[in-house]
Structures are given as C-alpha cells and as structure tokens.
Ligand binder design. Structure first.
Ligand SMILES: [Zn+2]
Ligand SMILES: [Zn+2]
Length: 143
C-alpha cells in the first residue's frame, strides 16, 4: 500500500518533460508531493553521512531506470545501489538522501544520524524481526 503512494508520485512526475527538468527540480517536486501525500507524517531525516558516502557502485547489466530523473541506464553504466537493491544515479540519490533517508521507490528506511528517529527505526526493525522469527517457529512446529 505504501508502494502505491510512490507509484502515484512517479505517475505525477510523468506529466513533466524530464529532459528539460533537472534532477534537482525533480527531487524538489517529489519531496513536495511526498510531504503532501504523507500529510501528518513528518519527512524522515536525511540518511547518515557514512551511508551516503559508502553507497556501493554497481555496473548496470540489465534495463533499469533512475526514477528520480527518469533517465534510462545503459548496460555498462555505473549506478549507486541502495540496500533494497534499487538503483539510482549518484547525483540523484546523494541529493535525495541528503533530504530524507527513504528509498523513493520502496520507502526502505536507511540509517540516519538522528538519535530520536533511530530509536523508532530500530524498534520497528526489531518488531519485524520478531514477526519473522515467530513465522519460522510456527513453520517448524507445524511441519
Ligand atoms: Zn537520476
Ligand atoms: Zn528501494
């Protein structure tokens, strides 16, 4: 369901002729749309500096697109890969993560330098882990 929000953001962006809009303008627009859509939710803080600095480079091997500037990558191009496996141009994703820690495609939340936010984020992660552990336990009990 959360993915739907982002899909609609991407659709909204497709009104624009990207070739004439720079990535920075797209980021502004996406962030605005995101804050409007997620009304009541505050925009998550920027990603941690060390995360932004250490994003791994990958070589593109199959069709992919940077959804921030909507540029199509060619096989052999270099892109930045987030932990959720989504690919972006370096310039686009660095600018984005300096504003908010969430993957524009799937809202995967990356580590931040914000202590308060980290408490919440880790609590959410632990809850997810517990759920997964319970599922495994269930599966082993009833199989
Ligand atoms: Zn891009
Ligand atoms: Zn993602």
């Amino acid at each position: 369901m959360e993915e739907d929000i982002f899909n609609s953001l991407v659709l909204a962006l497709s009104d624009v002729d990207y070739r004439f809009v720079n990535a920075n303008a797209n980021i502004q627009r996406l962030l605005e749309l995101y804050s409007n859509t997620a009304s009541g939710l505050r925009l998550p803080p920027p990603a941690a500096k060390h995360i932004i600095e250490n994003l791994p480079d990958v070589t593109i091997t199959e069709e992919a697109q940077c959804i921030i500037c909507l540029k199509n990558f060619s096989v052999g191009d270099t892109a930045k890969k987030l932990p959720c496996n989504h690919l972006y141009d370096k310039e686009c994703i660095v600018q984005w993560l300096e504003k908010t820690n969430t993957c524009p495609m799937c809202r995967f939340e990356m580590e931040t330098d914000d202590e308060e936010y980290e408490k919440e984020r880790k609590e959410k992660l632990r809850a997810k882990q517990r759920e997964a552990e319970l599922e495994i336990l269930h599966a082993s009990m009833y199989s």
